[in-house]
Design a protein around this ligand. Structure first.
Ligand SMILES: *Cc1c(COP(=O)(O)O)cnc(C)c1O
Length: 467
């Protein structure tokens, strides 16, 4: 499609402003523009069509099925958006006097109370702006704890090989040495590997449970016990809490601190880079290390972001929790798990699950054998799904499964949608054996088919440069 600058015609206007009827105020030359502002010149019709066309080039949860594993792309109720757009919330200034911010403080306090109850933690901060930022904050709590006890020899953080990439990155950013441990054949933490990694230099363990292959670790209590026994603390990556919220609590599994992605699990749409919130909760003994915030009680030492974080994201989370209620929260979790298992069973006769057992909110397909037999890769299948009106699943993650496709249908999809999706998967499976050629060049119906993925993510060109 044409850029808005390419549609520009000199002199064309959308609006005709009345001529200026006050005296021009002189402006200091230093502040004056040195050359004409080169804005595109278009009629209102052109502008309207341009943005409508642009909107048709994106794919979101409102367009169709979006099973992007480990990302929880679900439909978020519009009522939460409405709550977050109330003028009393949008108009507040972060430096407003305390007397004027009581309502906002009540939102933060109540949301913290609910999320503490869901996670099994005692205190919470909403300062971190995303999941990775929450991990950073949480691991700094662990660091401050050990430092305060004079245990500076604890320099290592253990991370299983199934971890989300942000976990080892976080540990390294906090100055820790990352110790990777292998998973056992059933996708869980290998207890012997964990025992071997633990020692007086262990600061902690970072874990997500269910893990990134969608499996709930049956040894979780033993895992956290072993870490504590070695003097380390346990960090729970709660980015996707869909599978367990209201059902089991990380605090009861033995974890000491956690982050939760409000922009995955709690009603803020996820994608496009934000705004999000990585709420960090911790047990009582860590709470004095939490970041301080202008709107919350308590003087901590740490500050990871200005004021109270992305406040409107917390408003959405609270509205979401209030509409779901005590029964609705676990029901949403159970539906997320049911949907994932249903879809896995529907697809399983063709593509093979990496772990053929009951999954949690997501599951991973292993296309290694399929690729060997057909020459069609996980990437080819993902690209072919785009032509069938579906967003691709997460590809080539987790790294422990080769030719991986990771699907998370979420709780908001109906049986009909899942049936249709499964039919598409079965169809593509057959096509790979009968007529694989078009799959190597898919998608065929999008403006860009196969960008250089590394270049597109490392050096994205997001701005048109005027010459
Ligand atoms: C998404 C995700 C993260 C990172 O969250 P961001 O908000 O993208 O920084 C961390 N861990 C897991 C398991 C995730 O799915």
């Amino acid at each position: 499609m044409k850029l808005i600058f390419e549609r520009s015609v000199p002199g064309r206007r959308s609006a005709i402003l009345p001529s200026c009827d006050v005296e021009a105020a002189p402006l200091d030359e230093a502040f004056a523009r040195q050359r004409e502002l080169r804005l595109p010149e278009l009629s209102e019709t052109d502008v309207s069509r341009h943005y409508t066309e642009l909107s048709k080039q994106v794919y979101g949860v409102n367009c169709g099925f979006y099973p992007l594993g480990s990302c929880t792309m679900k439909y978020n109720p519009r009522i939460d958006e409405e709550a977050a757009s109330l003028p009393g919330f949008t108009g507040i200034h972060p430096l407003a006097p305390e007397a004027d911010t009581k309502g906002c403080r009540a939102v933060l306090d109540e949301a913290a109370r609910y999320l503490c109850e869901i996670s099994g933690m005692d205190a919470m901060t909403f300062q971190p702006a995303a999941g990775a930022h929450g991990e950073f904050t949480g691991v700094l709590l662990i660091k401050q704890y050990h430092d305060a006890r004079g245990e500076r020899q604890r320099t290592k953080i253990i991370v299983p090989d199934s971890a989300h990439g942000t976990n080892p990155a976080t540990a390294a950013m906090c100055g820790y040495e990352v110790v990777n441990i292998a998973s056992s054949a059933d996708g869980c933490v290998d207890l012997d590997a964990l025992r071997a990694a633990l020692g007086p230099d262990t600061a902690g363990l970072m874990l997500t449970n269910p893990n990134t292959v969608g499996i709930f670790d049956k040894n979780i209590l033993e895992i956290t016990r072993l870490v504590h026994e070695a003097g380390g603390l346990c960090y729970y990556d709660g980015a996707n809490l869909n599978a367990v919220m209201g059902v089991v609590r990380p605090g009861d599994m033995g974890f000491d601190c956690i982050h939760m992605n409000l922009h995955k699990t709690f009603a803020t749409p996820h994608g496009g880079g934000g705004p999000g919130a990585g709420a960090v909760g911790c047990k009582d003994f860590l709470k004095d290390f939490l970041p301080r915030s202008a709107l919350m009680e308590g003087e901590g030492r740490l500050q990871v972001r200005a004021f109270a974080g992305n406040f409107l994201v917390v408003v959405r989370a609270l509205a979401y929790l209030k509409t779901l209620g005590r029964e609705g929260v676990p029901e949403a979790a159970k539906n997320a798990v049911l949907n994932a298992n249903y879809l896995m069973q529907q697809i399983k006769g063709s593509f093979e699950p990496a772990f053929d057992r009951v999954c949690m909110h997501e599951f991973v397909l292993d296309l290694s054998r399929f690729k060997k037999e057909t020459g069609v890769s996980a990437l080819d299948v993902a690209k072919s799904l785009i032509d069938r009106g579906m967003h691709p699943p997460t590809m080539y993650f987790p790294l422990i499964v080769h030719e991986a496709l990771m699907l998370e249908p979420t709780e908001t999809e109906s049986k009909q949608t899942l049936d249709e999706a499964a039919a598409v998967f079965r169809d593509l499976y057959r096509q790979a054996y009968d007529d694989p050629e078009p799959m190597h060049t898919a998608p065929h119906g999008t403006p860009i088919g196969r960008p250089d993925e590394v270049k597109a993510s490392r050096t994205p060109v997001l701005r048109w440069r005027q010459d």
